[in-house]
Write a protein that binds this ligand. Structure first.
Ligand code: SAH
Length: 379
């Protein structure tokens, strides 16, 4: 309850007492977006005990503030029946991104997805941005979408792209520029769609790329429209994975490529029918904070796709390539800029921040997997 009585001006003092973190170093962290001391970072394997202590302190600290400031919250459970549950989930997702996208953009830029890294050593924020771009390029290369070097005449590169769950349009604009293509992005968040269109306009791209509020499970596009169907970290939000993949396949043009990069739970072993109960509990907690329905595995996606008219289905576990990401997001939330932005934001953003240590735990314990699934629609 301590934080309830503190104004943001008093935060440096509070943190210096609580964690031995000086106001000077916080000012420096704000200026440089550097990492904060190890005891707070939750990132080093040599500091496991500190991490556990810190993670629970972090949850307690922000949680106390959040609870005391909570006026209402959106329950995403299915209490009122499946369709009520789905509507509530969609509303929660829209509000979560309406509320948190500005802060994310301010600190992390326009890509709201993991970076792709060679190893797990900590890197600077500018390196994280490069790693996020690299994630896009690695996904394209995994799915054998030709690069500009491989296809200089651009005869095989995508001309029409849909970005399903587009955030504020980082991938859409990158892909549009990379291929000289046209792109449509859809999101549930009106704030994201508006911001994505504003950035496209300011970058002179509004003739080629545009964004609208629409549901990925009922896409507002005719069949067989897009050479590249792109879903970067939106699949985890979809309450009906079968409908989700059906729609991705429906809007893909003959010969088009479908790429899904998404959070999954681990594949089940042959003798398992479900995850263990501690694993389910961990994922349930994350679901509440990030407005996620139940999780599935990469193998489940493959099964769903196998029932559809697609070929060359490929999947890979990229968990090891994303290891530095969540510790870095947590560190950036704990800079002065991160903390003050967070405390000025709403409940949903604060709850999302609280779930960061759970994501780190999920990856470390092997429950959460970062997966890519790609396939082609036959010509
Ligand atoms: N792909 C983006 C954003 C990822 S954040 C990027 O890489 O930057 C997840 C996105 O999925 C948000 O934009 C959210 O609005 C969107 N989303 C979640 N459920 C959706 C649904 N049912 N229909 C459309 N978009 C959805």
């Amino acid at each position: 309850m301590l934080l309830t009585t503190l104004s943001t001006n008093q935060l440096p003092f509070f943190l210096s007492r609580r964690y031995g973190y000086s106001s000077k170093s916080m000012a420096l962290a704000e200026k440089t977006q550097q990492r904060i001391p190890q005891a707070m970072s939750g990132g080093s394997s040599s500091n496991k005990n500190n991490n556990v202590g810190f993670i629970s302190s972090w949850r307690r600290m922000v949680g106390a503030w959040a609870t005391s400031n909570s006026t209402n919250s959106t329950d995403t459970s299915n209490e009122g029946g499946p369709s009520d549950g789905t509507q509530l989930l969609k509303k929660g997702i829209a509000e979560f991104y309406d509320e948190s996208s500005g802060i994310w953009e301010d600190i992390w830029g326009d890509h709201m997805h993991h970076g792709f890294y060679d190893d797990s050593s900590p890197v600077s924020l500018s390196d994280h941005r490069l790693a996020q771009i690299r994630m896009i390029d690695e996904a394209l290369s995994f799915a054998s979408v030709p690069s500009e070097e491989e296809d200089p005449s651009k005869s095989k590169t995508p001309k029409r792209i849909v970005d399903v769950g587009c955030g504020i349009g980082g991938s859409s604009r990158y892909l549009t520029r990379k291929y000289g293509a046209e792109c449509r992005g859809i999101t549930l968040s009106p704030v994201q769609a508006e911001r994505a269109n504003a950035i496209a306009l300011s970058q002179g791209l509004s003739d080629q790329v545009s964004f609208l509020v629409a549901d990925a499970l009922a896409q507002p596009f005719p069949d067989e429209q897009f050479d590249l169907v792109w879903s970067m970290e939106s699949g985890e939000h979809m309450p009906d994975k079968q409908k989700f993949v059906n729609e991705l396949v429906r809007v893909a043009a003959p010969g088009g490529t479908i790429i899904i990069v998404t959070w999954c739970h681990r594949d089940l072993k042959d003798d398992e029918e479900s995850l263990q109960s501690w694993e389910k509990e961990l994922l349930d907690k994350i679901c509440k904070d990030y407005f996620l329905p139940s999780w599935c595995s990469a193998a489940d996606y493959v099964k769903l796709l196998q029932s559809l008219p697609v070929e060359d289905i490929k999947t890979a576990d990229w968990t090891r390539y994303v290891a530095p990401f969540w510790p870095a997001v947590l560190r950036s939330a704990l800079t002065w800029k991160g903390l003050t932005s967070l405390l000025r934001s709403g409940m949903k953003t604060i709850k999302g921040a609280l779930a960061m240590p759970l994501m780190i735990e999920g990856y470390k314990k092997g429950v959460i997997k970062f997966a890519i699934i790609a396939c082609q629609k036959p010509k």
